[in-house]
Design a binder for this molecule. Structure first.
Ligand SMILES: C[S@@+](CC[C@H](N)C(=O)[O-])C[C@H]1O[C@@H](n2cnc3c(N)ncnc32)[C@H](O)[C@@H]1O
Length: 279
C-alpha cells in the first residue's frame, strides 16, 4: 500500500465534503459519520445523532462535576457534533473544533454564525494542535483513523487535557488478523484514506504511557446497519471499480465503503467507543 499523506486526506475531504453532506448525512444533522441504530431509533436523523448524544452524555457528566467545560473536537467535520453539544450544555462552556479541510472549516464557520454560537473553528492538524492545554474533554469521531502518526495524536490529546479530563475515540479498530482480510483492508484503507488501523490494545498501550487510563471500551458494531455483499460479488465490483477513472476521490471512497462493510461483517474491523481519563 502506498503511504497516505496529510495532503491526500485534506484533499479527500475538500473534494468530497459537499457530496458526503448531501448523500451521506441529513440536512438536520450535517454530520459526516456513520448512523447507529440502537433499540428505539427509527429515523436516519436520530441514527446520525446517536454518537453525538453519547459524547454529549460524557460532556454533561463532566460539566456537572466541574461546573464548566472546555472541550475540543479533533477532526470536527463541519462542526455538527460540536454545535449540538455546545447548544445543549449550560454555560460556562467553551468549544474549539479542528479540521484539516479548509472547505469544512469554511462551512463550519458559516454554520456557527447562522446558529449564533461562540465556538472557535480552526483549520489545523491534530498532530500539532495550535492551542495551549486546559481542556476537560477531547474527542474524535471517525477522525483518529486518519492520523499518519497515531502516537503523536495521543500525545497532543494528553497535552491538551487537564487531570481528570477525558479523551473519547469513536472509530474503526483492527479486531482480528486473518489472511483473507488483506485485500479488503487494503481497499478500505486506500478508498477512505486511512494511513493506519490499530488494535484497541495498541492504542491503549500508547495511551497508558501518556497517563491516559482506559475507562470505557464498547463495541458499537452491532448497532450499525451493515450492507455487506456476498464475497464473490463484492470482489467483482472491486475489480471493476479499480479499473474506473479514479481522478475524483468519490470513486475510491465508494469502494472503500464497500470494503469496510465486508471487514465489519467478517469481524476483522470493529467500530468502537473508547474513553480514557487523564491522570
Ligand atoms: C469522517 S470525518 C468526521 C467528521 C466529524 N467528526 C463528524 O463526525 O461529522 C473525518 C474528519 O477528520 C478530519 N481530519 C483528518 N485528519 C486530520 C488531521 N490530521 N487534523 C485535523 N483533522 C483531521 C477531517 O478534516 C474530517 O473533518
Amino acid at each position: 500500500m502506498t503511504q497516505i499523506s496529510r495532503d491526500a486526506v485534506r484533499s479527500y475531504y475538500d473534494r468530497n465534503t459537499r457530496l458526503f453532506l448531501r448523500y451521506g448525512s441529513s440536512p438536520e444533522t450535517q454530520t459526516i459519520h456513520r448512523s447507529l441504530w440502537p433499540q428505539g431509533v427509527t429515523r436516519i436523523e436520530q441514527a446520525l445523532a446517536v454518537s453525538n448524544n453519547l459524547v454529549l452524555e460524557e460532556a454533561r457528566a463532566l460539566h456537572a462535576r466541574l461546573g464548566h467545560l472546555r472541550f475540543t473536537d479533533l477532526g470536527c467535520g463541519v462542526g455538527a457534533t460540536l454545535f449540538q453539544i455546545l447548544a445543549e450544555l449550560p454555560t460556562p462552556t467553551q468549544a474549539v473544533g479542528l479540521t484539516l479541510s479548509p472547505v469544512q472549516a469554511h462551512i463550519a464557520a458559516q454554520a456557527r454564525r447562522s446558529l449564533g454560537l461562540s465556538a472557535h473553528i480552526l483549520e489545523a492538524d491534530f498532530h500539532h494542535v495550535p492551542l495551549a492545554g486546559g481542556f476537560d474533554l477531547v474527542y474524535s469521531i471517525e477522525a483518529f483513523i486518519h492520523a499518519q502518526h497515531p502516537d503523536q495524536y495521543l500525545r497532543e490529546a494528553a497535552r491538551l487535557l487537564n487531570p481528570g479530563g477525558r479523551l473519547i475515540l469513536l472509530d474503526d479498530f483492527l479486531a482480528a488478523s486473518d489472511p483473507r482480510a488483506g485485500d479488503w483492508l487494503d481497499a478500505y484503507r486506500t478508498g477512505w484514506f486511512v494511513p493506519h488501523i490499530q488494535t484497541v490494545d495498541e492504542v491503549t498501550t500508547a495511551a497508558l504511557d501518556l497517563g491516559l487510563v482506559p475507562s470505557a471500551n464498547r463495541n458499537l458494531t452491532p448497532q450499525l446497519r451493515l450492507r455487506n455483499l456476498p464475497d464473490g460479488l463484492a470482489r467483482l465490483i472491486l475489480n471493476i471499480g479499480q479499473r474506473l477513472p479514479q481522478e475524483h476521490p468519490i470513486v475510491p471512497s465508494m469502494l472503500g465503503s464497500m470494503a469496510l462493510q465486508q471487514c465489519l461483517a467478517a469481524g476483522w474491523i470493529e467500530y468502537r467507543w473508547l474513553v480514557f481519563e487523564k491522570q
